[in-house]
Design a protein around this ligand. Structure first.
Ligand code: ADP
Ligand code: ADP
Length: 229
């Protein structure tokens, strides 16, 4: 599903590489934590998968896309196969919950009858049945993140990228969000989550890929956040 082959990324304005000789393979259906201190390269890693950046060296493959070398006109297709969730939710504040989710389908040209059918289904999946007509600012942080996850997932992407999705949430709410991401993972969706959250990584015991100054320093099948290395 994801393959980075000896990927290095050096930003123009920077002297040290943001990523250096990174090789990582993620199979379809895996759940992977990407951890590391601030500045270790996690966001760069995610941006390379979305073709928001191109590598200085090496190859990036996502599903059947040769991401670094594909034609620019095909990039929207790549991005349609990847759902994204962020720390700050990024909802549209002038639209209701249902409209936020529907919008993700409208922009890719889904017909109205499909949208009317699938939006309530995905809101139920994320536990927001009954909140369809609320505005985002009427919801708790955890609920707003559920809307963001519904929006990311409604198009049934092959993969979900989550960048610190629990970063603004209290521990109990964070655990609820992790249960939801696990549920999405069980549908066969590959989940890659960048996080600083020790307790979540330790409680999930999933694969952990750790970056340090742009290098992969650890790749454990059932990892913990890992103090005392
Ligand atoms: P993380 O997500 O783990 O905090 P980043 O991928 O954001 O790490 O950053 C890795 C390194 O690349 C850092 O040294 C950061 O300052 C640098 N960096 C990130 N984005 C840019 C950019 N657009 N231009 C220049 N340097 C950048
Ligand atoms: P939490 O305790 O999970 O942080 P809140 O106390 O913020 O959540 O909200 C509890 C419930 O009240 C939620 O279901 C939310 O949708 C609803 N709610 C919160 N603020 C408003 C509001 N301004 N208008 C309508 N409903 C709200």
């Amino acid at each position: 599903m994801i393959r980075l082959e000896q990927v290095s990324k050096v930003y123009k304005t920077s002297t040290r590489p943001a990523l250096e000789n990174v090789s990582v393979e993620v199979d379809k259906g895996e759940f992977v934590f990407l951890i590391g201190a601030s500045g270790s390269g996690k966001s760069t890693f995610l941006r390379l998968l979305l073709r928001e950046e191109v590598p200085t060296k090496g190859r990036v493959y996502v599903a059947n896309f040769d991401v670094a070398r594909m034609a620019r006109r095909r990039v929207p297709r790549l991005r349609q196969s990847i759902g994204c969730v962020f720390q700050d939710f990024r909802l549209l504040h002038n639209k209701t919950v249902a409209e936020n989710v529907a919008f993700a389908l409208e922009v890719i040209g889904k017909p109205r009858h499909t949208i009317r059918k699938v939006v309530p289904e995905v809101l139920e999946l994320v536990g927001l049945e009954g909140k369809a007509e609320r505005m985002p600012n009427e919801l708790s942080g955890g609920e707003q993140q559920r809307v963001a996850i519904a929006r990311a997932f409604v198009n049934r992407p092959l993969m979900l990228l989550a960048d610190e999705p629990t970063g603004n949430l209290d521990p109990d709410t964070s655990q609820d969000i992790m249960l939801l991401l696990e549920r999405i993972n069980r549908t066969g969706t590959t989940v890659l989550m960048a996080t600083h959250d020790h307790s979540i990584v330790d409680s999930m015991r999933r694969r952990v890929v750790e970056l340090d100054l742009g290098r992969v320093v650890r790749d454990d099948a059932r990892g913990v956040y890992g103090v005392g290395r």
